[in-house]
Design a protein around this ligand. Structure first.
Ligand code: ADP
Ligand code: MG
Length: 396
């Protein structure tokens, strides 16, 4: 896949519309985590250094096409200014006179922040008329919101069709990492898929078995695969009605030459609770009144051996109920093994997913992975092999 970057465009003296994701968590008027704002800084700085005037387009929360004052991006003006270290001029609408006036009022090196794009009903409908109103505000479009790329909206897909466009630095980093993990990866490739349920990750599993050499299945979803093969799992979380689907995935993997790795031993407990009395048993020996809450040490050893034999790792979903000690053990151990191989230059490691990112932070290795995607839904749809409209539009 090829996409343009900021370096491919002539930007001096241009007004650049930059779609960003600054949908940050807030408590009252305080931003509790500025990560998303901090991450747009490289793009903003590079654009300003190249002589462009930067106009930020963004959504905030879900106003559903109506003006909802509590969801005004004006609430983020000070936080954006603080994070970027620049004056931020706020436009009280994302189109029309208020937007034009804010852009005109911004001086050299100032940043314009326009009101929530989702205040307009046309945004989520990808209305061409709204996209044209955005396009009228600037000369060039830069999309830096990978996390919003799985939806075709007016300020993402629609706008890219109307102006010369490119990927921002954050989008570029994400696309490069994803391309390195599944697009044209160095083989062999191992995917780890864990988490609670097979049903939420069917498309993902179906796509991965055709793309990777090894698939490690963990977490609650492994139980469904065990049940499908006639292995009893007691009171464990398992989707028994998904057994035929699990068998189909196993068959598809076999046909594609993908080796599936399921737990060989498991940690069982009587209840889903931190520090619940527990023991390690061989898979198949889960007592009827117990549940599987983590992979066992032999399974972790086997996973570490697969990691060591591979060059690329892509990971979504924890191997156990990692929020509850000690059932975080397998996830933490496997994460640390992947981190060590990455640090040693032996593995390209890419991970994503809300709970997965939390688990890697918990294991203290988030910094050591090659790339951690914070894109949530867009990351998962990309793992499912779907075309992301916001990215595809940059490609034309
Ligand atoms: P992500 O957000 O990274 O995509 P998921 O939401 O699919 O990951 O999965 C995370 C959840 O899976 C966690 O809440 C974890 O407790 C749960 N989980 C993992 N293993 C088990 C298990 N054996 N039994 C019950 N829940 C599990
Ligand atoms: Mg989750």
């Amino acid at each position: 896949m090829a996409w343009k970057t900021i370096d491919d465009l002539a930007l001096a003296g241009k007004t650049v519309l930059v779609r960003v994701d600054i949908n940050v968590p807030m408590e009252g008027d305080r931003v509790t985590d500025t990560t998303r704002i901090d991450k747009i800084k490289p793009t903003v700085e590079d654009l300003i250094a190249l002589g462009a005037k930067v106009v930020l387009l963004a959504h905030f929360d879900r106003p559903k096409g109506k003006v909802v004052p509590e969801m005004s991006l004006g609430r983020l003006q000070a936080a954006v200014a603080a994070s970027l270290g620049r004056k931020v001029v706020f436009g009280t609408d994302s189109v029309g006179a208020p937007a034009r006036e804010a852009i005109a009022a911004a001086g050299q090196g100032d940043v314009v922040l326009l009101e929530n794009t989702r205040f307009h009903p046309g945004e989520e409908k990808n209305d061409p008329a709204l996209a044209a109103e955005f396009a009228a505000l600037g000369d060039v479009f830069v999309n830096d919101a990978f996390s919003a790329a799985h939806r075709a909206h007016a300020s993402t897909e629609g706008l890219a069709r109307l102006l010369p466009c490119a990927a921002g630095r954050l989008m570029e980093a994400e696309l490069k990492a994803l391309e390195a993990a599944l697009g044209a990866p160095v083989r062999p490739v191992v995917a780890v898929v864990g988490g609670a349920k097979v049903s939420t990750k069917l498309d993902l599993l179906g796509n991965l078995v055709t793309k990777v050499d090894h698939l490690v299945i963990g977490g609650g979803m492994a139980n469904t695969f065990l049940v499908a093969q006639g292995i009893e799992v007691g009171k464990s979380l398992a989707e028994r009605d998904m057994a035929p689907t699990a068998l189909e995935i196993i068959a598809k993997a076999k046909a594609a030459g993908c080796t599936i790795h399921l737990p060989v031993d498991v940690v069982v407990a009587g209840e889903f609770k931190a520090n619940a009395a527990n023991k390690v048993v061989a898979v198949g020996d889960c007592p009827a009144d117990q549940m599987i809450l983590d992979a066992g040490p032999a399974t972790v050893k086997a996973i570490e051996a697969v990691f060591a034999a591979c060059k690329t790792l892509i990971w979504n979903g924890p191997l156990g109920a990692f929020e509850l000690t000690p059932f975080d053990a397998a996830t933490v151990a496997a994460a640390r093994a992947a981190a060590a191989l990455t640090r040693a230059g032996k593995l390209v490691s890419v991970a994503g997913g809300g709970d997965t990112v939390a688990a890697l932070h918990h294991a203290g290795v988030a910094e050591d992975f090659t790339f951690i995607s914070t894109a949530g839904g867009a990351f998962l749809e990309w793992m499912e092999g779907k075309d992301l409209p916001g990215v595809a539009a940059l490609n034309q």
